[in-house]
Design a protein. Structure first.
Length: 760
């Protein structure tokens, strides 16, 4: 939800000794005028402190106490209370103990621009610009994640390198020629060694590196013989049968499911054929003519219907295979024990084998169903073998002391097995790390590419809006191509086309005023582009380096292009203040007339609009002369605005003299413009213009009526009514914007479109 300000109340804050409230209505824009030192910037300070927890001017050590008014009542609170149209409002008191989360929105969005810090962003280094932009756009988390990914990638590179060194060391320990180290060669060597010692010969590297083989045959890695036969036999556990796995298999392998399995196999083959040859015009199974798309659709529909059956079949197969693997593992361990007993002279029969009927493949090739009794018979046979083995070991004579030679040979075998195990572990670890590194590389590159792409999209969006706003402030000055663009991996810079040449940064070709214009354009563009919740902007004395023409351009830009924003414009330039008020009659106005230590800022609120409203105020208070002066000034401003917006032709003047026109020149300019663009309107307005010309001579020149007493008041009031009528011709009664809000002198309209020029 976008929010606007409604009321600001300051208590014992900065230049306010007691309490001062600023009413923003329902979120209207406001122009605030005051000379330097009258306290108008206290309003901007209050908003900055409320939303950020600090005032940039007071951020240096030893200045924080200046938030409080020096002459505030003892024991009274220093606070800023804000009412908004949403959830951002509240009350802040000094000392400020709010949590950092309170300032999350203000840290992410743009709302305040001051004249004293106007070009701060422009003058930052490219890296500082990047940091500021990252903070505004909330890119810190995005950048932190990129850095984390980069860090992980770097760590994995180090780990892969370390794993490679470890693997090479293991290979060297196994053979001087590391290239000759392979699973096949190592297994062959161990098998030959085991045959010579008369111990179990491993059939695979996996068996060789198993804990059971190592304990039962080769002993520990330290060279001591393995556990005794009594210990090995005592640890035997009879396997159990998972009846649930057999039942699940029998359900899906039932004869009535055979047809579905056959259809599934057939349809999978059909889909593979259709995928390989999408342009077939006949069924590859029956040979009949058929539409390829229709055939493919039918096949896929049938496959979808059989998918659930296939899934259940695969799950049941996996369960049955796990059961068989567990039983096979029990047999393998007992075969190792059988070999160990044989080498010790203890006669034990070979252990029983796992029934072939417990294999899913055998079951599918045969009847399909598995008899759980086969598994029970096998487990009973294993239990009987275990009892036999225990009895044989118990009745056998105590094992004779192993000879030193055999002990050494067993230790060598154990050491070799341990080295092979370490080599396989190192190779597996290196491969795992390589896969992780490859994945990290892909993730990092993809993330960085996407981050760069999004940043470029953001900068392009900002650049387009900055260029539009800047052109509005400096039309026809042969400055264009303004962009915010990446410069180095973590830097951004402003660039501008200056008379056909690219300049980055623009400081070498732009004056201070133009750089300040660029700063204003960037501020407004970033607010328009990125603000999601804050819908108000505060501009505090931002026109100090602007000449009269560019102040007018800024007033036009703010009132016409940002009419859907709430603007709080503070200025010490009265002409700029009046320019804003004239162009935006719907804005509120506040004038700070003076400041004193005891009372703080003194304000004048205008109930009516602009200088014309001031003239009425003075007339209501009996000041006819003052009202006449204000009325003449209001008429001059109105005629100047009409001439400017209708591009009236006026005699050439140099420099600032162009802005100081005689009223007679302005009346002529208005008539020329209306004659060119709206002749019927000129006929209607001509009597009013003649009366106003007469008012200027007879009433609005103070010297002409200063000594005429009470009649002067009635004449001034009549003149004011005529000026208001002329002003009303150019203002929409519905939306309170000028009829030239959008368009050109030839054809324009107000914001809501109900008032047009030329009038119909």
């Amino acid at each position: 939800m976008s929010e606007r300000l409604q009321r600001l109340t300051m208590r014992s804050f900065r230049g306010v000794p007691g309490e001062l409230s600023i009413d923003f209505g329902d979120g209207q824009s406001i122009a605030i005028y005051g000379d330097n030192g009258t306290g108008k910037s206290t309003i901007a300070d209050a908003l900055e402190w409320f939303f950020t927890g600090e005032i940039e001017l007071l951020s240096h050590e030893g200045r924080q106490h200046a938030v409080c008014h020096l002459g505030g009542n003892a024991g009274g609170e220093t606070s800023v209370e804000l009412l908004t149209s949403g959830s951002l409002g509240g009350k802040a008191q000094f000392p400020d103990e709010r949590a950092s989360e309170t300032f999350h929105v203000a840290g992410r969005e743009t709302f305040l621009l001051r004249g004293r810090t106007l070009a701060d962003f422009i003058n930052k280094s490219k890296t500082e610009k990047w940091k500021a932009l990252a903070e505004i756009l909330g890119l810190e988390a995005v950048e932190e994640l990129r850095q984390d990914l980069q860090r992980v990638r770097g760590d994995l590179k180090k780990q892969v390198k370390a794993a490679g060194a470890k693997l090479r060391a293991c290979e060297t320990a196994l053979s001087p020629d590391a290239s000759a180290v392979s699973e096949e060669a190592l297994l062959a060597n161990v098998q030959q060694f085991c045959r010579g010692l008369g111990v179990e010969v491993p059939t695979s590297i996996d068996r060789l590196t198993s804990a059971v083989w190592m304990a039962g045959v080769a002993g520990s890695s330290a060279g001591a013989p393995g556990p005794s036969l009594e210990a090995l036999v005592a640890d035997l556990q009879t396997p159990t049968v998972d009846a649930g796995a057999i039942d699940a298999w029998n359900i899906v392998a039932a004869p009535e499911q055979e047809a579905d399995r056959s259809r599934l196999s057939l349809l999978k083959d059909g889909e593979a054929l259709l995928s390989a040859s999408p342009s077939v015009d006949h069924c590859p199974l029956c040979g009949q003519n058929v539409d390829a798309a229709e055939l493919a659709a039918r096949v896929r529909t049938a496959l979808t219907q059989l998918l659930e059956q296939s899934t259940r079949l695969e799950a049941a197969r996996e369960g049955l295979e796990r059961l068989r693997d567990e039983l096979a593992g029990a047999v393998t361990d007992r075969r190792a024990l059988h070999a160990r007993a044989g080498s010790a002279g203890v006669e034990i029969p070979p252990p029983p084998a796992v029934p072939e009927s417990l294999s899913a493949e055998v079951a599918l090739e045969g009847a399909g169903l598995i008899d759980a009794r086969d598994a029970k018979i096998f487990c009973d046979a294993i239990a009987h073998w275990d009892e036999t083995a225990k009895a044989a070991v118990a009745s056998a004579p105590v094992e004779s002391e192993t000879s030193d030679t055999r002990r050494n040979q067993l230790a060598m075998l154990a050491d070799l097995a341990a080295q092979i195990q370490a080599w396989r572990s190192a190779a597996s670890e290196q491969e795992r790390l390589k896969r992780a590194l490859a994945l990290a590389e892909r993730v990092y590159e993809a993330y960085q590419a996407r981050q760069k792409e999004q940043l470029e999209e953001i900068l392009t969006s900002i650049s387009e809006r900055v260029a539009q706003i800047y052109e509005g402030l400096h039309p026809g000055e042969n400055l264009g191509g303004i962009t915010v663009e990446p410069w180095t991996a973590k830097g951004i810079e402003l660039a501008v086309d200056f008379h056909g040449r690219r300049q980055r940064p623009p400081h070498g070709v732009l004056s201070e005023s133009h750089l300040n214009s660029l700063a204003i354009a960037l501020f407004l563009a970033m607010a328009q582009t990125f603000n999601e919740q804050i819908r108000f902007l505060v501009l505090d004395d931002v026109i100090n380096s602007f000449d009269i023409e560019h102040r007018g351009q800024l007033a036009a830009l703010l009132t016409e292009s940002f009419d859907d924003w709430q603007l709080i414009v503070l200025t010490h330039d009265h002409q700029f203040f009046e320019n804003l008020s004239r162009r935006a009659p719907a804005w509120k106005r506040l004038e700070i007339t003076s400041w004193s230590y005891d009372a703080g800022p003194r304000t004048t609120k205008y109930e009516s609009v602009g200088i014309l409203g001031e003239a009425r105020d003075r007339l209501d208070h009996g000041d006819a002369n003052g009202a006449a002066t204000k009325a003449r000034r209001a008429l001059e401003e109105l005629l100047q605005e009409i001439c400017e917006r209708l591009r009236a032709e006026l005699p050439f003047r140099r420099g600032t003299a162009n802005d100081r026109r005689e009223l007679g020149e302005l009346f002529k300019g208005v008539r020329r413009a209306l004659k060119e663009h709206a002749k019927p309107m000129l006929k209607t307005v001509e009597p009013l213009l003649k009366n106003l010309e007469a008012d200027v001579q007879a009433t609005l020149n103070v010297e002409a009526h200063a000594s005429r007493g009470k009649s002067a008041g009635r004449e001034v009031e009549t003149a004011l009514e005529r000026i208001a009528r002329l002003d009303g011709l150019w203002t929409c009664s519905e939306c309170q914007t000028r009829v030239w809000h959008k368009g050109t002198p030839e054809s324009s309209r107000c914001r809501c479109g109900k008032s047009v020029f030329p009038p119909t």
